[in-house]
Design a protein around this ligand. Structure first.
Ligand SMILES: [Zn+2]
Length: 386
């Protein structure tokens, strides 16, 4: 599958029996605890802990099959990132692995469904973005995805005419301005070409956030030439040298994305609280949010980072509840307690193609006063509208 498109993960169903192994593992070789492939013993230790809790023989056997598959992979694995996430489903032998550029909490889960909440939260916080670093004749395009940086293009169009401008003397103003005009045209033609390149690269990688880098003059000119669709995805500009290292690019770009993310979070929290007060198309609080998820009405789920709450789940139709009821109101099955219903809610929302927004800092504090969780609802269309 395309590693840049995890939507396949979100479309996977909840299975009737436990069949899915999810593993989050730090593998950073620069950390003392993980030298000499310490992650291999870490995973064995975690697996033993899970195995001890399995009483059913068939369940234990399925778990062993899944562990074998994961350990086979790990044995041959050469870590490239700081952490890795792996999923394996014994039902259809589905396997998925991704390097992560940020540390995780080491954990393994043996469950009915993929444990995707940590990955989804990271994907929201670390939404991929592209950096177009350019000057008059060169373009570099870098994509930062889940904390990992990759330079995917480097183009050079330095032509003769551009070199001319450096050697043109001041003694002949007429000829100089002619050369200048030709050079300006050449630069503009290069910039137009970069726009086409950036557009294609961003599309290919599903990048919806762009940062322009280079001298202020060149990024300003580039920005004015952008078509509206691309211009609206630009979240900032940084003054950077064409020879900047990938690390320098990311450091400069991160300052912009963090500011952008925190402003957007605060804006969303204010919007949901105001809208709830006006009885708009939103819900706030755990109980109401779960109800909206159960009836597939969530367009975007929003919650405070670190928020978790015990709750209940229907093992048959997977409906979620914040308070205990004897029977599931949807299918009549007996409901069971779950340790963290928020994590379940995120998984369900993703499977129903809702968006996820994990809010931090000030936005998180503001949302806490409204129950730490809420959702923007889908707009009903046609005759359903009331
Ligand atoms: Zn049910």
């Amino acid at each position: 599958m395309n590693r840049y498109d995890p939507s396949l993960l979100f479309s996977r169903a909840h299975s009737a029996q436990r069949s899915v192994l999810s593993v989050y593992l730090n593998v950073d070789q620069s950390q003392p605890g993980f030298l000499h492939r310490g992650f291999e013993s870490e995973i064995k230790k975690m697996a033993a802990g899970v195995r001890r809790g399995l009483s059913d023989a068939a369940d234990r056997q399925r778990f062993s099959i899944a562990m074998h598959r994961i350990q086979d992979f790990i044995a041959a694995y050469k870590p490239a990132g700081r952490a890795t996430v792996l999923f394996y489903d014994t039902i259809d032998k589905f396997f998925w692995q991704q390097e992560l550029g940020f540390p995780v909490t080491n954990q393994i889960r043996w469950d009915h469904e993929l444990f995707i909440q940590p990955l989804a939260a990271a994907m929201d916080q670390l939404e991929s973005y592209g950096v177009a670093l350019l000057d008059r004749s060169k373009l570099r395009f870098l994509v930062v995805s889940l904390g990992e940086t990759e330079e995917i293009a480097r183009q050079d169009r330095s032509g003769k005419r551009l070199r001319h401008i450096k050697t043109s003397g001041f003694d002949n103003p007429g000829s100089s301005s002619h050369i200048q005009r030709k050079a300006d045209n050449q630069i503009r033609s290069n910039l137009r070409r970069w726009i086409k390149e950036v557009d294609e690269l961003a599309k290919a990688r599903g990048v919806h956030r762009l940062i322009l880098a280079g001298t202020p003059e060149i990024t300003r000119e580039f920005r004015t030439l952008l078509p509206l669709r691309l211009a609206s995805s630009v979240i900032g500009e940084v003054d950077l040298s064409m020879s900047a290292t990938a690390k320098q690019v990311v450091t400069a770009a991160n300052a912009i994305t963090e500011k952008y993310e925190s402003e957007m979070e605060l804006e969303k929290v204010n919007k949901i609280i105001t809208s709830a007060a006006k009885k708009g198309k939103v819900v706030i609080g755990l109980g109401r949010t779960l109800k909206a998820i159960n009836s597939d009405r969530v367009w975007e789920l929003i919650y405070s980072v670190g928020f978790l709450s015990p709750g209940y789940e229907c093992p048959k139709c997977s409906a979620l509840f914040s308070t205990r009821a004897t029977r599931c109101p949807y299918c009549g099955s007996r409901i069971v307690a779950v340790k963290d219903v928020v994590e379940r809610a995120v998984g369900h929302a993703l499977r129903k193609k809702a968006k996820i927004e994990v809010v931090t800092a000030d936005a998180s504090a503001a949302l806490k006063s409204a129950g730490s969780i809420g959702a923007f609802l889908k707009t009903r269309t046609g005759t359903m509208a009331t």
